[in-house]
Design a protein around this ligand. Structure first.
Ligand SMILES: Nc1nc2c(ncn2[C@@H]2O[C@H](COP(=O)(O)OP(=O)(O)O)[C@@H](O)[C@H]2O)c(=O)[nH]1
Ligand SMILES: [Mg+2]
Length: 651
């Protein structure tokens, strides 16, 4: 594959060189293609809940313990692993900036219903918190803040800085919560054959991370990564955070029409029977389907057995590895030999996952590269053919031919001007209309989800202990939060779709006029052959504050609750669900509509700008063509172009 890519680059560079000096040929569009082909990064992003085994699975895939594995939630920063030569191998740790730290502190305090105006006020506020005063679900937030507080004096000077460390330093640093809280990002460059092939692995904070900021990071990787590996722990697949993540991924995949999800059920060594294991697998598949992931690829793995197997293959007397293998296999007499190690690796399942993942990413990267090379060549060919015809026309031109050409060009110019004038009605408004329909569907999806979200928040377990009014309030806050996150998921997907539809409109219009211009043999590209459009609205959503609904709106409906028994067995829960739905949905749709409307406006404005820019440059080309009609023709050029076009046909 690398070879193919190198061939494409070599060809494109040669071709570009051979036509660079021809007047009327603009080869700048080839630079972008060449740059994109040379950059052969293939990104595999790993997601999953805290302690699902993301780092363990990644270590197993790479066959070396590069990432810290821990029973307590440590990784709160993105770690990127990429290849390097032996001399360049290093670890770089970047601390959070003061701004990032503040955003994490502020949102964590907010989740605990506490507030502070700045970092030092926050530190004082944190001193007043005690872990036990909060419900179990929020203790992770408190522990994070406490650790951060303990590290503050040591770490504040490092905010916003980056430093080089060893893998051992990184290990020590990440294992200490006081310091780990300050790490924003880690880059590991390793002298590793797999990574050197251009693969980049990204270990991410848990999808259940307490920091809102991480949702945006996750979303960016969902869009950009070539593959997404989603890791679940055998005994607890599908938390609410998992579902939200996968729902968002389904949205991204739906827009891009690509299925890049690999789902791994880790720690299958915990299965107590084959039937149980089969059931877990079936449930994972059906949940993924229910979330809109078509044809899920599901792998059952044991990162720890893979690790034990790898070590024993190197050294059969490795006592720790042997103990680990025996304990995970629950067989104290197990002995490593060639056959049993092969069986162990087979059972651990990591080799198959690794092979499929790499094969998928490489072949899709190959496909993309070939596609890009093909499109670039096609665009170049169109330009050359147009240029050649133009030159032939000029050679043959007498006065009559010249004036008929000028008439044709003027006529094209007029049609283009008319198209420009009514592009608002013809292109921009229909797009806005289509986007409004999409918004309507997003609102409907939210309405369908309401019952599930309600039941998840007001579940029986919650009311087992504690004062019911406290528990009702807690459930209401959680429900409001869950609805808010759904709105954000819908808005992010909506923005992606809006970008895509807008660039389709733009590309459609460009393609039409490119054909018209090439029919009149007008050379010079204003179209780079790519489908990229000038419309970007996703960042607007990412930069906006998360959607916020007030849990207080549910309080008037607490009257439907008199006791847990009445609520869950006597119809109270259904009554409250019915009664709250209109209120909650009105609030949700209000936010969705306001923010959605803003996005539609931004999208329309950007499409208008991009269209105006295109019409402007196309008009310039027509004007150039008019000017050319009066210049002296060059018969030699026709032959030269013919020669290049012939070489292109061989491709
Ligand atoms: N039984 C079992 N436990 C595992 C396996 N892989 C990881 N774990 C445990 O799961 C915990 C979390 O692992 P880690 O890789 O740090 O998870 P992360 O937070 O998702 O990166 C650790 O205590 C691991 O020892 C496995 O294959 N089997
Ligand atoms: Mg980890």
């Amino acid at each position: 594959m690398t070879q193919d890519r190198e061939l494409y680059i070599e060809r494109l560079v040669k071709l570009q060189e051979s036509v660079r000096d021809i007047s009327g040929i603009d080869t700048r569009f080839m630079d972008t293609a060449i740059a994109r082909l040379s950059q052969r990064q293939m990104v595999i992003a790993v997601f999953g809940a805290f302690s699902a085994g993301k780092s363990s699975v990644l270590n197993a895939i790479l066959g070396r313990p590069l990432l810290v594995v821990s029973p307590s939630p440590t990784t709160a920063a993105v770690t990127e692993l990429r290849g390097a030569t032996k001399d360049d191998a290093k670890v770089q740790i970047a601390a959070k900036t003061e701004e990032e730290l503040w955003r994490d502190v502020e949102s964590t305090l907010q989740a605990l219903n506490r507030h502070a105006s700045d970092l030092s006020a926050a530190m004082a506020e944190i001193d007043r918190l005690t872990v036990t005063q909060f419900p179990v679900a929020y203790r992770r937030h408190v522990r994070f803040l406490k650790a951060l507080r303990d590290g503050y004096e040591d770490m504040r000077a490092r905010l916003g800085t980056t430093w080089v460390a060893s893998v051992e330093d990184l290990r020590a640093f990440s294992a200490d919560e006081r310091y780990a809280a300050y790490v924003g990002r880690v880059d590991v460059q390793v002298d590793d054959p797999l990574l050197q092939r251009g693969f980049v692995f990204v270990d991410t904070p848990g999808v259940d991370s307490i920091h809102q900021r991480h949702t945006n990071v996750a979303f960016s990787y969902m869009r950009e990564a070539d593959a997404v590996l989603f890791v679940m722990y055998y005994t607890h697949a599908f938390s609410q955070a998992d579902r939200e993540f996968l729902l968002q991924l389904a949205g991204v995949q739906d827009v891009s029409e690509q299925n890049k999800l690999f789902a791994a059920i880790n720690a299958v060594d915990l299965a107590t029977s084959d039937e149980e294991r089969e059931q877990v697998r079936a449930r994972v598949i059906s949940e993924l389907r229910r979330l809109g992931i078509r044809q899920p690829r599901v792998y059952e793995v044991s990162a720890q057995l893979a690790e034990a197997g790898r070590r024993l293959a190197v050294d059969a007397t490795d006592a720790d590895a042997l103990a680990l293998a025996r304990s995970r296999l629950r067989d104290e007499t197990w002995q490593p030999d060639a056959a049993s190690l092969t069986a162990l690796c087979e059972y651990a399942g990591v080799d198959r996952l690794q092979a499929d993942l790499i094969q998928y990413v490489e072949s899709s990267a190959d496909g993309l590269a070939a596609d890009l090379a093909r499109r670039t060549l096609a665009t170049l060919r169109e330009q050359l053919v147009a240029r050649q015809r133009e030159e032939q026309l000029r050679i043959a031109a007498d006065d009559a031919a010249r004036s008929s050409r000028l008439r044709e060009l003027d006529e094209l110019n007029q049609r283009m001007e008319a198209a420009r004038v009514d592009s608002e009605v013809r292109l921009v408004r229909p797009l806005a209309q289509e986007l409004h329909e999409l918004l309507f569907h997003a609102g409907e999806r939210l309405r369908f989800a309401y019952r599930d979200l309600f039941r998840e928040a007001f579940h029986p377990g919650r009311f087992r202990l504690g004062k019911p009014t406290d528990k009702l309030r807690e459930a209401a806050t959680e429900l409001a939060g869950a609805i808010g996150r759904r709105i954000d998921i819908e808005l992010r997907t909506f923005a992606l779709r809006a970008e895509r539809l807008a660039s389709e409109v733009l590309t459609g219009e460009k393609t039409h006029w490119e054909e018209e211009m090439s029919r009149l043999s007008l050379a010079g590209a204003t179209h780079d052959g790519s489908t990229a459009g000038g419309v970007q609205v996703v960042d607007d959503v990412l930069n906006a504050a998360p959607a916020h609904l007030d849990g207080g709106m549910f309080e008037p409906f607490f009257r439907h609750f008199s006791s847990a028994k009445q609520f869950f067995e006597g119809g109270g829960q259904s009554a409250m669900m019915e009664a709250t739905e209109p209120v909650a949905m009105a609030a949700a749709k209000e936010i969705l509509a306001t923010r959605g409307q803003r996005l539609v406006e931004r999208c329309s404005a950007q499409l208008e700008t991009a269209l105006a820019a295109y019409y402007g440059s196309a008009a310039k080309r027509v004007a150039n063509g008019r000017g050319m009609a009066d210049q002296k023709p060059d018969p030699e050029l026709v032959n030269r172009l013919q020669h290049v076009i012939a070489t292109l046909a061989d491709a």
